[in-house]
Design a protein around this ligand. Structure first.
Ligand SMILES: C[S@@+](CC[C@H](N)C(=O)[O-])C[C@H]1O[C@@H](n2cnc3c(N)ncnc32)[C@H](O)[C@@H]1O
Length: 320
């Protein structure tokens, strides 16, 4: 869809928070529609599939990153040229198609290996996407295949926290190999625990760029506090015991300026709580990683609500 950063896109749906906006059969219907669409069979490719998802989303809301925020992330990919990308939350494949296309354009001659273990001088690249729902993963695979990106994108099914913990084993990904870019876009309360798990496993580190979607809509002050805090503040937080019940969530600020300036000194203590959805897999995190973090603003293309991605580049690991 055309991107106009100054003006909101046309609104096709009312805000969906608090309503049923996925998991009611629309993802299966989308898969069938993708397979039945003659123009996609005759003219497969990335843009026809993205356009098809956008048109479907106008009728039945789809929780895709969309064009305006997606364009900001694509710009980062074009600048940083990541070779190994991790996405958390595939849904029906919109972001995986958009971002892996940019990655492939940056590395047209790379090999996309099935596993990363072999000792080789090959120029390799790959886009790994984690998805909990087998139904959404199946639709994403269909979309990705029609888009011609089957060899570039690998979907790993399962719950994110345990998938991340076992990812080196699952992908034969030897240390110290780590991700160049991570796109976090799944269950909002899990963002911090899952980033901490990546830090524990050495899957992120100096030079990794971490992009987190929906930090304004619905908002994620706890996550922002982890990537914006100083190592000293994070170390102090980790010295305190884990919280066993969910603390009251910090309220969202109301202006862009407040969002940009807030959360450099908390609510870091909220990050001591691990949501049930991590299924008992808790992470400590590496408090010594220093991130430089900024917000990239955009819209939900279908509800026209203002939203933002937080883009955090890991600068270095501070010595204690
Ligand atoms: C906002 S959607 C992702 C949208 C997608 N990144 C895009 O822009 O096209 C969130 C996805 O995260 C998945 N998800 C939620 N919790 C998860 C978890 N614990 N592990 C893995 N995936 C999860 C949901 O099933 C859903 O497909």
């Amino acid at each position: 869809m055309p991107v106009d950063k100054q003006n909101p896109p046309q609104k096709y749906h009312e805000p969906v928070q608090g309503t049923v906006f996925h998991g009611d059969g629309r993802e299966e219907a989308l898969q069938k529609a993708l397979l039945a669409e003659p123009s996609l069979q005759n003219n497969p490719g990335t843009q026809p599939v993205l356009d098809f998802l956008y048109e479907f989303g106008k009728k039945f809301y789809l929780m895709n990153v969309g064009g305006t925020k997606g364009e900001g992330v694509e710009r980062v990919i074009k600048e940083r040229k990541p070779k190994l990308v991790l996405e958390v939350g595939s849904y029906v494949g919109y972001s995986a198609i958009t971002f892996s296309r940019s990655m492939r354009d940056a590395h047209p001659n790379s090999i996309y290996p099935k596993d990363w273990s072999s000792d080789t001088t090959e120029d390799r690249a790959g886009y790994i996407s984690l998805e909990k729902s087998p139904v959404y993963a199946a639709t994403a695979r269909t979309a990705i295949e029609i888009a011609g990106l089957k060899d570039v994108v690998k979907i790993v099914e399962g719950s994110s926290t345990s998938s991340i913990k076992s990812l080196r084993e699952t992908l034969n990904l030897p240390a110290p190999l780590k991700f160049d870019l991570v796109f976090i876009d799944h269950l909002k309360p899990l963002y911090t625990n899952d980033l901490k798990m990546m830090e524990d496993e050495g899957l992120v580190g100096p030079d990794t760029c971490i992009v987190a979607d929906n930090v304004v809509k619905p908002g994620n002050p706890a996550y922002l506090s982890w990537v914006r805090a100083t190592p000293a503040l994070k170390r102090a937080s980790l010295e305190k015991p884990r919280l066993t019940t969910q603390p009251p969530a910090t309220t969202n600020p109301s202006t862009k300026e407040e969002w940009t300036k807030a959360f450099f000194d908390g609510p870091i203590d909220e990050t001591r709580w691990t949501p049930d959805e991590s299924e008992g897999v808790t992470a400590k995190g590496n408090p010594n990683l220093v991130y430089s973090s900024e917000m990239v603003w955009g819209y939900d293309d279908l509800t026209a609500e203002v939203d933002a991605c937080e883009i955090s580049v890991c600068l270095r690991e501070e010595k204690e």
